[in-house]
Ligand binder design. Structure first.
Ligand code: NAP
Length: 311
């Protein structure tokens, strides 16, 4: 077996993403030691028992001490305070990265706490499920999924290459992107779909003329697929909405305009417009399948186990 890429990795946050990284590191022998920190004693203990960390620490500062690679896997709103907490404990020459779903806000909040000599390279694995917590992680989460790195100008090339090799070792293909562009792209491919799902599930829940039992009974006709997205972690999605406000509002404005056009087509019985839109959107799904980001199997390509991957 080849030498691990890193001597010591620290995972700050041991939920779905931190846990999956831990499992993937073990699977690929990417580090000799994984130190872990989570806010609660319960999560730390569980992560240690499951075995995706080698040592559990009571403070984030203690966990990152001597680590060559530190990965922040906490909700976006917690990244700034966590960075402030570990600032003085980071080892010179270490790589500091995160997995947050937005990037401009992370650079704003974490950037000021990065000491001289530490390489800060923001990142975002485009992989996830609607589950959270230490039990939710699994080694295959990142297989054949993209991981986007958004290094700021002046970032050390060697450090970026090392982090790229790390994510490749976890099964991902790595892309480098400008952070502002990342936030715009993710607003449409991930943030807006989640917001729409939260909204539609909320609307159904508020309807007085349709009973709750009917919503559940007939859910397989379409509603069910929205509920999967709408079951995503409320803390994570609150933080995404609060920290990627401008791009999300821009996409929502476009969405509303297009929805009005669709509404008009339905009102005026414009079958051609409806058929043309529905044909165009079907082609997009075909392209996603061809790109290997989904399987053509019905039921959204999901298997009955917990690996119901989504972004
Ligand atoms: P998760 O399963 O809920 O895990 C979050 C972890 O962060 C837990 O260990 C939690 O500790 C800890 N934590 C929460 N709030 C904290 C705070 N205020 N201070 C310190 N630690 C705190 O969440 P996740 O899905 O892994 O998401 C983590 C990050 O990954 C987020 O930034 C998210 O944007 C990003 N991301 C998520 C997905 C996805 O689909 N889920 C995909 C890509 C990227 P306790 O368990 O002790 O509370």
């Amino acid at each position: 077996m080849s030498e691990p890429l890193f001597e010591r990795i620290a995972l700050v946050g041991l939920g779905l993403i931190g846990g999956s990284i831990g499992h993937a590191v073990k699977r690929g022998n990417l580090a000799k030691h994984i130190a872990g920190y989570a806010r609660s004693e319960e999560t730390r203990k569980r992560a240690h028992e499951i075995g995706f960390i080698d040592s559990a620490h009571e403070t984030a500062a203690d966990a990152v001490k001597d680590a060559d690679l530190v990965i922040l896997c906490v909700p976006v709103g917690a990244l700034g305070p966590v960075a402030a907490e570990i600032e003085k404990a980071l080892k010179p020459g270490a790589i500091l990265t995160d997995v947050g779903s937005v990037k401009m806000a992370v650079i704003r909040d974490v950037g000021p706490h990065v000491p001289e000599g530490v390489h800060f390279i923001p990142g975002h694995p485009i992989a996830g499920t609607e589950q959270s917590g230490p039990e939710a992680g699994f080694a295959e989460l990142f297989d054949n999924r993209w991981c986007i790195l958004t290094p700021v100008p002046g970032t050390d090339r060697e450090a970026t290459e090392q982090l790229t090799a790390f994510w490749q070792g976890c099964g991902s293909t790595v892309d480098v992107m400008e952070p502002r562009h990342h936030d715009m792209v993710l607003a449409i491919v991930s943030h807006l779909p989640h917001i729409i799902a939260y909204n539609i599930v909320g609307t159904a829940n508020d309807l007085e003329t349709v009973t709750e039992s009917e919503v559940i009974k007939y859910s397989a006709s379409g509603f069910r697929d929205f509920t999967r997205l709408a079951a995503s972690d409320p803390t994570m999605w609150r933080d995404v909405c609060l920290n990627n406000r401008e791009p999300i509002l821009e996409m929502l404005a476009r969405f509303s305009e297009d929805l009005s056009a669709l509404q008009r087509a339905i009102r005026w019985g414009d079958g051609d417009a409806l058929f043309s839109l529905f044909t165009r959107t079907r082609d997009i799904r075909r392209s996603i399948i061809e790109a290997g980001q989904e399987t053509p199997a019905p039921n959204f390509g999901r298997t009955p186990d917990k690996t119901g991957k989504k972004d």
